[in-house]
Write a protein that binds this ligand. Sequence first.
Ligand code: RNT
Ligand code: ZN
Length: 412
Amino acid sequence: MTYESAKAAFADWGVDTEAAMARLGQIAISMHCWQGDDVVGFEQRAGLSGGGIQATGNHPGRARTPGELRADLDFAYGQIPGTHRLNLHAMYLDTDANPDRDEIEYGHFAPWVDWAKAQGIGLDFNPTFFAHENADDNLTLSHPDEGIRDFWIEHGRRSREIATGFGAALGSPCVNNIWVPDGYKDVPVDRIAARARLETSLDRMLTDRHDKAQMLDAVESKLFGIGVEACTVGSHEFYLGYAIRKQTLLCLDMGHFHPTENVADKLSAVALSLDQILLHVSRPMRWDSDHVILLNDDILAMAQELVFCDLLDRTRIGLDFFDATISRTAAWVIGTRNMQKALLRALLLPQERLKVAEAQLDYTTRLVLTEEVKDLPFSAVWAEFCDRHSTPDGLALIQALDAYDQSVSQRG
Ligand code: RNT
Ligand code: ZN
């Protein structure tokens, strides 16, 4: 189907495809650096990956240096329509110096800023509270040892400074997302002491004032991880309260809830108490497995909530998946494009008609509409969007992904 006939088909439903594409073109998705190298990072001191997160697989072509990672990113962004962001972790520093986590500085990341500036890409940031000997107990900011807590507080404090530097240099607020692995394998007897320690550490870490035009603090909760099955100190309830009290962003990771929970449903609930939200769009399979996101019902529901609740301007969309059994660049491209496709579909729905039917308690019409719109020619609009952004689609995309994967397959 041509774009013109698709445009007319949507117009019959009262939907403006031009407006939908224009809106989609403004949405920057924060692509996570860690899909590119299986969450290894570029520190010279090798740490265990730890923290209950680990990529599995050994597909050839893993980026081993910041230069290789940036080359892979350049390729990936070229296959994704629009302008996006990069979400960096502190362990991805680019320097000959060998700073410990409590010694990192903006300068250690300067090549990333130069690259981001040249590419017109915004940066987000994350302190790295795992893959380090001071995190081997799966306790960091809530560790009973004050010295270890201080070490991680300093890491977090410096991360906020670095993130502020990114935001200032690039003229776009950098989200600094805090996720700690802290928890217990077996049933703890003093949960409140651990949570109080986490709270105090966070308070100290967040004491320095930074301009919100440059840096935005976010906190990420989790249900459980490998090795911390019995209790996660930074649970959803913990961080929901914390984010509301401290006016930080709350990060909702789609893999961090019970598998039958509807994470999309949470958006409208937390949005009433929070200014801004951060998403880690991910695909859990039975647990927080961080599979590449598909264009499936969960992602479509998330996108629909963002659009229908008018939350696009207050939500930062980040991705969080890592799969080393497939081309790492293809994983980025397919996952990011799926997020965009889901948003486009949501933007192309006859929102007003649907909302009117529901407000009139006419659930029959609502059902008929939601099911009939599934046959609308979304793909023709997506193809047009890709074309206007000079990005390949379909078979041409497959060819490009394959050729790039081949070109990096000789990396050791
Ligand atoms: C871990 C969290 C966290 C990490 C990244 C690498 O379960 O989801 O966001 O995936 O910090
Ligand atoms: Zn996450």
